[in-house]
Design a protein around this ligand. Structure first.
Ligand SMILES: *Cc1c(COP(=O)(O)O)cnc(C)c1O
Length: 365
């Protein structure tokens, strides 16, 4: 499904130089590379602050805490997401409240959010899933009306645009993951939360550093040690300069799928109005998904499902009290979607083999 080795082959010198830069700098934790990456990632977004963190899950978790979300608060989000979104909400003691997603693009159905708002609602957490943005206008209007904060989950949407504005600049704060597979990926775990607010940024910096404002003196709890690693920060600085190229390459892969699979009965990704898609995952839909995947296996092709289980049906979230049937679109999708190989340096041979096998399997169904 994904292989970083082709990219490493191309970028090896730069990556090894990044590693050497850090090792030779005399400072292995929170040095010039973290500071430099934070400045450059904030500048890329035209926003004031980026706080480098250890992974995307903690970027959501600390982002929520920095926005004042804690025990007893409700956070409105979706169940059609990577489970870490919900793990993060749960881990600050808040309660995730789910709305369903739209048939056309599998993203948060913003028309359902108003009815989910209660006295305890504190924040909205739109997930820009697969690489395109949730419709933000209605969420911003609701946030203004009810005094709610907005945290964007941008773990799959680096560089995506919504009516021209970058994902990460559409709410009060935005959480990114730099897990290796992501649109901007490190060579290990990494994350960041960006914000235009000086106050939120200051809280984030304390939260990631034991709650300390200065060395050895804690001013804020509960706190964490959630720093972005210096080596990954330096690698990310180098890769950030190539982010727009990675996205262009992903779009080229997506165009080829759209062309090669146009008339097969597969439902292909649909672009929502005003969105520029970065195609983190290329998710297609078919009512006989399991038969299609079975047929592909006979061609030696094993595809992934993002995601096979809606979060609200997982046993680890039984305490939330949801049942099967509560989110019909999300539940139906989980049985019908699957993902095609998608990454910037995807070899053309793999893509063509996937397309021709799919055409054969679908033609014989
Ligand atoms: C990857 C991902 C996360 C978690 O990021 P990690 O760096 O793996 O902790 C959160 N939300 C979404 C939507 C993701 O895709």
């Amino acid at each position: 499904m994904w292989d970083y080795l082709a990219e490493y082959e191309k970028e090896r010198e730069d990556i090894l130089d990044a590693v050497n830069t850090v090792f030779a700098s005399g400072r292995l934790v929170m040095g010039d590379s973290v500071r430099g990456f934070e400045e450059e990632f904030a500048a890329y977004h035209g926003t004031a602050h980026c706080v480098g963190l250890d992974n995307g899950t903690n970027a959501i978790k600390l982002g929520l805490q920095a926005l004042g979300v804690g025990p007893g608060d409700e956070v409105i989000t979706v169940s059609n997401t990577a489970a870490p979104t919900i793990v993060a909400i749960d881990s600050v003691g808040a309660t995730p409240v789910f709305v369903d997603v739209r048939e056309q693009d599998f993203l948060m159905d913003t028309t359902q959010v108003a009815a989910a708002v209660t006295d305890r609602t504190r924040a909205l957490l739109p997930v820009h899933l697969y690489g395109q943005c949730v419709e933000m206008g209605p969420l911003r209007a609701l946030a203004r009306e009810h005094g709610l904060r907005i945290l964007e989950d941008c773990a799959q949407a680096h560089g995506a645009r919504h009516h021209g504005a970058l994902a990460g600049t559409l709410g009060d704060a935005a959480a990114f993951s730099f897990y290796p597979t992501k649109v901007l990926g490190a060579y290990g775990d990494g994350g960041a939360t960006v914000t235009a607010s000086d106050e939120v940024a200051e809280r984030l910096r304390r939260l990631r550093y034991y709650g300390m404002a200065d060395r050895y003196y804690v001013v804020q709890t509960p706190a964490h040690n959630s720093r972005l690693d210096e080596v990954h920060a330096e690698i990310l600085r180098r890769k950030l300069r190539r982010l727009d190229t990675y996205i262009a390459d992903r779009r080229a892969v997506a165009r080829r799928y759209a062309e090669g699979l146009a008339d097969t009965g597969l439902t292909l990704p649909r672009l929502a109005e005003g969105n520029d898609h970065v195609h983190y995952v290329y998710v297609v839909r078919h009512p006989r998904r399991d038969a299609v995947l079975e047929g592909l296996r006979a061609h030696g092709i094993e595809l992934n499902i993002s995601y096979p289980w809606p979060v609200h049906t997982m046993s680890g979230f039984a305490h939330l009290g949801y049942r099967r049937g509560d989110l019909p679109v999300t539940e139906r999708l989980a049985g019908e979607i699957f993902s095609l190989p998608m990454y910037p340096s995807l070899p053309a041979g793999i893509q063509e083999k996937t397309i021709s096998a799919l055409r054969e399997v679908l033609g014989a169904l």
